[in-house]
Design a protein around this ligand. Structure first.
Ligand SMILES: C[S@@+](CC[C@H](N)C(=O)[O-])C[C@H]1O[C@@H](n2cnc3c(N)ncnc32)[C@H](O)[C@@H]1O
Length: 253
């Protein structure tokens, strides 16, 4: 996958792109990130790309022209099929795992990072074809949201994770929060790993994990559970969880 990132702070991406799984994905040629400095498309000697808002008000607004020029330089030849051209914005559709999977199916993404008070509305109206928010809060710029999206999408690309099953069992991938994880030592300060995980019986472990995932989701994110199509086994497990919760305080929460 190729991702073009339009930003006025390309240096913010240095650590992110050169660390851990994202670094490896780039080295393996699975991910290519092209950082475009929007200032390279400013038509003034100060390379400024923002100006005061028409109508007054606080802060500065990023101008449309350098952003249009930067995108046009990436996509020469009008009329070609356009990749998703995404404006990062707190006003966009809210990013989630389903959207990450959808974007992971694309060959190319263009991400536009706003800054200051945001970008000239004409970018939103006439240049981008998608607007994505990473949550209901306001950040100083679109750079962190761009990294969030690149990270979530990259780990879904074939070949990126050593064990692809990891991503399919993650929270949200199957509509549930993930079951609890443990590693060595078996006993830490007298705190023991659940016995079932040591028994070597794969079916028992699978069932325990499913029950834990259902219980966590039921307690913490019942909204997710409401959207899920439950199997007969899930219904049985859930009925048991709810019955026990009615009788006693479930341990460990
Ligand atoms: C300070 S914000 C501008 C907020 C804008 N004045 C508003 O109220 O919608 C500056 C830039 O940060 C980015 N940004 C801030 N919060 C974001 C979020 N939750 N999701 C995605 N991008 C965000 C956007 O690119 C935005 O243009």
């Amino acid at each position: 996958m190729r991702v073009d990132v339009l930003t006025i702070f390309p240096e913010m991406f240095t650590g992110f792109l050169n660390t851990s799984i994202i670094k490896r994905a780039r080295e393996q040629g699975i991910l290519t990130v092209n950082l475009v400095d929007i200032r390279d498309y400013a038509r003034n000697k100060h390379r400024s790309v923002d100006d005061y808002p028409f109508g007054g008000g606080p802060g500065m607004v990023m101008q449309a022209e350098p952003i249009f020029l930067a995108v046009e330089a990436l996509l020469p030849g009008a009329g070609a099929v356009r990749p998703p051209i995404i404006l990062l914005s707190p006003q966009g559709e809210v990013f989630n795992q389903a959207l990450a999977s959808e974007l992971a199916g694309q060959e190319r993404l263009i991400l536009i990072c706003g800054h200051y008070e945001g970008v000239d509305e004409r970018v939103r109206q006439f240049l981008v074809n998608r607007e994505i928010s990473i949550g209901d809060y306001v950040l100083t710029g679109g750079e962190l949201p761009a990294m969030v999206i690149i990270d979530a999408v990259t780990r879904l690309l074939p070949g990126v994770l050593g064990d692809p099953a990891g991503a399919t069992e993650d929270s949200f991938a199957m509509g549930l929060l993930e079951y609890p994880q443990y590693t060595r030592p078996r006993s830490f300060r007298g705190l023991e790993v659940p016995e079932v995980l040591l028994c070597g019986n794969h079916e028992q472990i699978r069932l325990w994990r499913r029950q834990q995932a259902l219980e966590r989701t039921w307690r913490r994110r019942p909204d997710l559970l409401a959207k899920l199509e439950l199997s007969p086994e899930d219904r049985r497990l859930l009925a048991d969880i709810i019955r026990r919760a009615g009788n006693e305080d479930l341990p460990g929460e």
